[in-house]
Design a protein around this ligand. Sequence first.
Ligand code: NAD
Length: 259
Amino acid sequence: MNLKDKICIVTGAASGIGREIALRYARAGAKVAIADLKLSAAQAVADECIAGGAEAMAVMMDVSSELQVRSAIDEVAHAWGGVDVLVSNAGIQIVHPIAEYPYAEWKKMLAIHLDGAFLTTQAAWPHMLKRGGGSVIYMGSVHSKEASLLKSAYVTAKHGLIGLSKVVAKEGGPHGIRANVICPGFVRTPLVDKQIPEQAKALGISEADVVKNVMLKETVDGEFTTVDDVADVALMLASFRSNALTGQSVVVSHGWSMQ
Ligand code: NAD
């Protein structure tokens, strides 16, 4: 699958899943903008892409800031002549029982996951129109389909991305703009490594039990999904040739969630 000279922006690409997608796109011939809160870590990923022979740049972006999103996406579009692929991936996790979930943290979760998806889509839109179309990919989760204890805000936000992607698919269709959601199961990234001790404490069980009996319990083989698995799907969705594949969600979870 080829992304030769496609202009791609991946948010939250300084780490984990986003980083792997950026590297995969670079290897497929794309020009890749690594957008993240953490500029020096984003620059390190851009440097890795450049070392592999690709064009890449790091841009500072808080996805929940309208001003920062617009200026970073405009900067990329002006440097390279548009936007072909947007991967709205930046995300965090905060776990609490619903009765104790601080309202400020609820709002922060929705701002990063949902406002971030909306704002990056809106900012990329005119630059995709100029290119005659594009591919928008939202990083959902199995939690776009299923629920888990302690994750009220995350589950709400990830379900919301499915609705957003369907509207973007409908409004974008006539312009060749596709929108899809990737729904990974648990992937060992800093986001998940942080949750294991937090959930062990909140649920009163061991960390090994969190992994075996909470995170991987419903998989077909007790395995984590990997950043490579998710990057494979992100490459397929970015490089797909037509509107035949739009408004969909692809679950990559070792069978945790089956549709
Ligand atoms: P990660 O913590 O490794 O990376 C997240 C990145 O997002 C970091 O570089 C961080 O700096 C950046 N970020 C956080 N807030 C930001 C903001 N406001 N603006 C810009 N950048 C910001 O996490 P990850 O596991 O790679 O998660 C990436 C995405 O995948 C998230 O949306 C997450 O919900 C989703 N996801 C992860 C898993 C998993 O098991 N790891 C499973 C399903 C979905």
